[in-house]
Design a protein around this ligand. Structure first.
Ligand code: IVH
Length: 670
């Protein structure tokens, strides 16, 4: 029995020690697998001999019996909040008030963690209870839940601590844990959390602590609260207190720094803001505190906030605003997308007045109505999103968002196919919105590559009714184009010439330019190579299409449906009549292809051929065109200024040819 107790003691101590190394020192001492092994052994022993388990056993972190409700806890000393600074001037004013009262000070700068404030009391070094901040005076007893958070020691490290120590800090959910949690929630069909702070709150305020235990919460201590029975451990500075907390085994953010000038504080703020997205947890600003405890006491408090600390916030990444209306936009493939028109709001450094609502499912998921107050998030450079609504602020006259039955642009029927999230206008090229997008696509670089025919020009051509279908481009005259805004004869002539030039293309480009759904560049190239003739593609059955590499059921159906529409055939006829041509493709008897089974790589700048065409032509000869050189590469085409791929090919002894070599080969194959 004695031996068992010793083993349990040792395991308990070892695991707790490893936790501290991991969470406090940021220096894991053993691999995860070894940690798991120790834990497994401890749980085995404790299950066989429950009376030998120690009060600070790490196995206690799995959660206990669910509560009916949380008890209330009155804080020994109120938990304060912080005043905010939003601009440099606010902070300068804060600093001046301090200097006027206590002279120059050192500041401690800390990340403002975006989680929940908690208070944890240790009696004689053992975690006794934990509470939420609540209203600052009274919080909720979340002891059971806090015990499941591995970053929080159940027992303080070392000895000689005061009889009672209150630690204050922030419980948060690391970004990675938040993403993983939402994935799991989604898979189970449970509600997803709006942001890591809500997820942390939802996880910590669980009556069933087993749920809390299953959520990977983190913790950083940021202040020492009440201390009773103080010994020689008294610290004279806030920074000293934080170090003391670390000594006791409590994690403190590694980003905490002492700054002795205003300038250093600003540098700290800028630096951490620039690294914000790389941090493992969300922060929404910097907390700046007077370091000297005596000066803190001299400065005292106003209302509920100390005069010696301030939260210097980053420009918000989440803001509330009003959803004023929803418009429906029609894209190239007819997708009808709801776009939220918002009362302009400044969020994350820019003014946002529109946000996509994606589709009907998203509207249902958010439960949003016109007139609602919504939460907008703009994280990094991503497009702004509506993440939630504020139900309490819904007005009585909030309007349901009704998906249109008819296209807002051409009045054709809007269809939503079984199993698809997206609703589409059935108008095809008859729909002006789709037509605009289709012509932009038709002229784009990877399609017919019409120089000078940018998006703005296409829009004007359609608005002015100079063009209705892609085929109309070919009968445009320079004088007609001069009718567009700020369009001189010279530029107009250039456009006409570019259109004329684009008539000579490749079958692959022509196919791609038609904008058939799901037919990207690669599929177009495969189709061209497989069928060699446009008419064979146009009349191919779904079964025949499925024989093409990379063409599956969905793509095959889209292709066949596209060619089944009389309107599309009409436009194609017009295009061919306008003189679009391409070099004949050698009949695709695949076994006869000269590069069959070979892997080629293109690198450097090609001057006569464009990279996509070179790729398509090599593919037409049966080669696979890969992105990187390996020992399986058969040949590297090295253009101007080839770099690392050329070096690698030479090193591996892969055959290398230049652009002229490629042109010779392609000519010989025609
Ligand atoms: S100190 C008397 N330090 O911000 C000072 N608070 O608006 C009390 N917070 O409720 C707070 N990071 O939840 C402090 N490094 C930090 C903090 C921090 C986040 C939160 C805390 C508090 C709120 C104050």
């Amino acid at each position: 029995m004695h031996e068992l107790q010793t083993e349990i003691d040792q395991l308990t101590q070892a695991i707790n020690q490893h936790n501290i190394r991991y969470y406090v020192d940021d220096a894991p001492s053993i691999p995860d697998a070894e940690y798991d092994r120790l834990m497994k052994r401890l749980i085995e022993l404790e299950q066989a001999h429950p009376h030998l388990a120690l009060p600070d056993s790490p196995s206690k972190r799995v959660g206990g019996i669910a509560l009916q409700k949380f008890d209330q806890i009155t804080h020994l000393k109120p938990m304060l909040s912080l005043d905010n600074a939003f601009e440099t001037d606010d902070f300068v004013a804060f600093n001046k008030r301090i200097a006027d009262k206590v002279g120059a000070v050192d500041y401690v700068c800390e990340p403002k963690l975006d989680g929940l404030a908690v208070s944890i009391t240790y009696r004689n070094g053992v975690l006794e209870r934990a509470a939420t901040r609540g209203d600052g005076s009274v919080g909720e007893d979340i002891t059971q839940n806090v015990r499941t958070i591995r970053a929080i020691p159940l027992k303080l490290r070392g000895e000689g601590f005061p009889e009672l120590v209150e630690v204050r800090g922030e419980v948060f959910m690391p970004k990675a844990a938040f993403e993983a949690l939402n994935q799991r929630q989604m898979a189970k069909g449970d509600k997803v959390f709006v942001n890591p702070r809500n997820a942390a709150a939802g996880s910590l305020r669980q009556l069933d602590s087993k749920i809390t235990a299953s959520r990977a919460l983190g913790f950083y201590a940021y202040a020492l609260g009440v201390v009773e029975g103080e010994s020689q451990t008294m610290q004279l500075t806030h920074y000293g207190q934080l170090n003391q907390l670390k000594q006791w085994g409590l994690p403190v953010s590694l980003e905490v720094k002492v700054c002795d000038t205003l300038e250093n504080v600003f540098t700290y703020y800028q630096d951490i803001m620039s690294r914000r997205s790389q941090l493992e947890y969300e922060i929404d600003g910097v907390v700046i505190k007077v370091n000297d405890i005596e000066k803190q006491q001299t400065l005292g408090f106003v209302a509920k906030a100390p005069r010696w600390a301030i939260a210097y916030k980053f420009p918000a990444q989440e803001e509330m605003t009003l959803l004023e209306a929803v418009d429906f936009q029609v894209g190239r493939t007819g997708a009808v997308t709801p776009v939220a028109r918002l009362k302009p709001v400044f969020v994350g450094g820019v003014t946002v007045s529109n946000a996509t609502l994606h589709n009907a499912d998203e509207i249902a998921r958010l439960g949003v109505k016109v007139g609602d107050t919504v939460i907008i998030r703009r994280a990094g450079d991503v497009i702004p999103q509506i993440v939630a609504i504020v139900p309490e602020q819904r007005p009585d006259d909030a309007q349901d968002i009704v998906f249109p039955q008819y296209c807002p642009v051409c009045q054709s029927i809007v269809e939503r196919l079984e199993g698809e999230a997206v609703a589409r206008c059935s108008g095809g090229l008859f729909c002006e919105a789709q037509c605009k997008e289709a012509i932009k696509h038709f002229a784009s670089r990877k399609a017919l590559n019409i120089d000078g025919l940018g998006d703005k020009i296409v829009e004007q051509l359609i608005d002015k009714e100079l063009v209705k279908t892609p085929a109309d481009l070919f009968s445009l005259t320079a004088s007609a184009i001069t009718m567009l805004d700020r369009m001189a004869m010279k530029s107009a002539t250039n456009i006409v010439n570019a259109i004329k030039q684009a008539k000579t293309t490749t079958l692959a480009r022509f196919l791609y330019s038609l904008g058939i759904r799901e037919v990207g560049e690669a599929t177009a190239a495969n189709l061209a190579q497989h069928f060699a003739e446009f008419d064979k593609i146009r009349t191919a059955s779904v079964e025949q299409l499925l024989e093409v590499s990379d063409v599956g059921e969905v793509v095959a159906r889209h292709i066949s449906q596209f060619f089944a529409q009389p309107h599309n055939i009409e436009v194609i006829e017009q295009l061919l009549n306008a003189g679009i041509t391409w070099p004949k493709i050698a009949q695709a008897d695949e076994s006869q292809l000269s590069l069959k089974g070979q892997t080629w790589v293109l690198t450097g700048t090609l001057s006569q051929l464009n990279r996509n065409d070179a790729k398509a032509q090599l593919q037409a000869l049966g080669a696979k065109v890969a992105g990187s050189v390996s020992k399986n590469t058969d040949c590297l085409v090295a253009g101007e200024a080839a770099g690392s791929k050329l070096a690698k090919a030479l090193e591996l002894g892969v055959k290398v040819i230049d652009e002229q070599g490629l042109l010779d080969l392609l000519n010989a194959s025609h």
